[in-house]
Design a binder for this molecule. Structure first.
Ligand code: MN
Ligand code: MN
Length: 467
């Protein structure tokens, strides 16, 4: 009966996906945006690479380093790079900065395998590399995949050498080899967290001995000679290096309909890119728009480039000073008037592992940008929670601009959990809501997103910057 149908439509949530009822133009925009995102992702696999690429994009779009400005006026577009590891971007608003900012905060780092500071060794005529994984990974997922080696070596004289092997087609790749099934009887009985152990994540690096057969460890000598010839580095130099092993393959469209994206590091580079693209569109906002690409989120926000670092306060203080706000209370006042979206990924429902999700409250592919009122684990612990008033405000913004969104939380209660940098912003006195993109296979070497969600995140962040 029509009346009942109407009543249901009024009272129930619309369950349609964001793919339905799209115009040809909208579809074209979604796919084009995804192509541009994949291009960016392929050259932004480390936290340093993504900052460098993002900075280049900013400069091309008229943004300048804040240090080049004596004073800041409404409409000015600036950025601040913190030691090449994280980035703050701002478009100065028409209102006084003390009236608050509109922040979209993502993180530039992704789970990966780092080299140790004494990595190279030889075992049975094989040169190998010792590693220490970074972030929460299922270690067994990182074996038998092509890895590229990326990072920096800094010499005592300050010279910085950039390492990048394995991304170009003509480059070799590296890999960590797992045990063959024929001999894995014992391994297969182990708990999954021990199937491949941390100290077994050793990377194959070479197997040809150096030509002089008088000295021992000639395979190691040969790879060290190759590294020396290419980069001028010796074994001592690893002490001051940051070298990461990351998946060497490219992001690809996924599914016969090209609707999804598989790629490494989408947590949280999908929000870095959508946030960055959103702020590029912003001219003369009411409130100062700030896009953050922070580092060290995957290991708990601490450290010089993490969101707990005072470096963000230093950046805001510089903006305050350059806009003429020099009272001691200016920083706190600015923060307490600030509204922020913690732009981080959420777990997408995976039909293969239905038991881990609670179907009413999980994120789904195609249902748009995910609004996560609270994260945490075991009774919402260890995280902030967005005030309902602020969530309502965001709903209004998204409704007005026809942006597809979904309210969700990460997995079933007491199945685990996680946190984001939301709490570090909330603790500074800002209103914060987690808003990001649902990801399947999060923290795996090949994470998956839906193109329509990626596009809605971009539109959502752009709309938020304008309020
Ligand atoms: Mn994340
Ligand atoms: Mn993560």
């Amino acid at each position: 009966m029509q009346e009942t149908k109407d009543l249901k439509e009024k009272l129930f949530k619309n369950k349609k996906t964001g793919w339905e009822k799209l115009s040809d133009e909208e579809l074209k925009n979604i796919f084009q945006f995804a192509d541009e995102y994949m291009y960016y992702l392929n050259s932004s696999k480390t936290e340093k690479a993504i900052i460098k690429n993002s900075k280049d994009i900013l400069i091309k779009n008229g943004f300048v380093d804040i240090s080049e400005k004596e004073e800041l006026k409404p409409g000015d577009k600036i950025f601040y790079v913190n030691r090449g590891r994280n980035l703050f971007i701002a478009v100065i608003g028409e209102k006084n900065l003390e009236e608050g900012m509109r922040i979209v905060a993502s993180h530039s780092d992704s789970p990966r395998i780092d080299l140790k500071q004494n990595p190279v060794y030889e075992d049975t005529d094989l040169a190998m590399l010792k590693t220490h994984y970074y972030g929460g990974i299922k270690k067994y997922q990182w074996v038998n995949i092509p890895l590229s080696m990326q990072g920096i070596v800094v010499k005592p004289n300050g010279e910085k050498i950039e390492i990048n092997i394995g991304e170009k087609d003509e480059d070799p790749i590296f890999t960590i080899s797992d045990l063959l099934p024929h001999l894995a009887q014992e391994q297969m009985k182990k708990n999954a967290s021990e199937v491949v152990e941390g100290e077994q994540l050793n990377v194959l690096m070479g197997s040809i001995p150096y030509k002089d057969d008088e000295v021992p460890e000639r395979v190691k000598l040969n790879v060290m000679k190759l590294l020396y010839d290419r980069y001028g580095i010796t074994e001592y130099d690893f002490a001051s290096s940051e070298i990461e092993m990351v998946p060497a393959y490219k992001a690809r469209s996924t599914g016969l309909d090209y609707s999804m994206i598989a790629g490494y590091g989408q947590d949280d580079k999908v929000c870095c890119y959508t946030g960055l693209r959103a702020i590029l569109d912003i001219e003369n906002p009411k409130h100062t728009a700030v896009c953050i690409l922070t580092d060290r989120e995957e290991v708990g926000f601490d450290g010089i480039s993490g969101m707990q670092s005072q470096i963000f306060d230093t950046f805001v203080l510089e903006m305050l000073e350059k806009t003429g706000n020099v009272k001691p209370s200016s920083l706190n006042k600015t923060y307490s008037n600030t509204k922020a979206l913690s732009a981080d990924v959420d777990a997408a429902y995976n039909p293969n592992f239905a038991y881990a999700f609670e179907k009413n409250n999980t994120g789904y592919f195609g249902k748009g940008i995910s609004l996560v009122k609270y994260t945490g684990a075991r009774g919402k612990s260890g995280a902030s929670e967005a005030p309902a008033e602020f969530v309502a405000e965001i709903r209004k913004i998204f409704d007005d601009e026809n942006i597809k969104y979904q309210a969700c939380e990460l997995g079933r209660v007491d199945k685990g959990g996680g946190g984001t940098i939301a709490l570090t912003l909330a603790n500074r006195g800002m209103e914060v809501l987690d808003a990001g993109v649902p990801v399947m296979g999060m923290h795996s070497p090949y994470e998956i997103t839906s193109k329509v969600d990626v596009y809605n995140a971009y539109k959502g962040y752009r709309a938020f910057f304008k309020i």
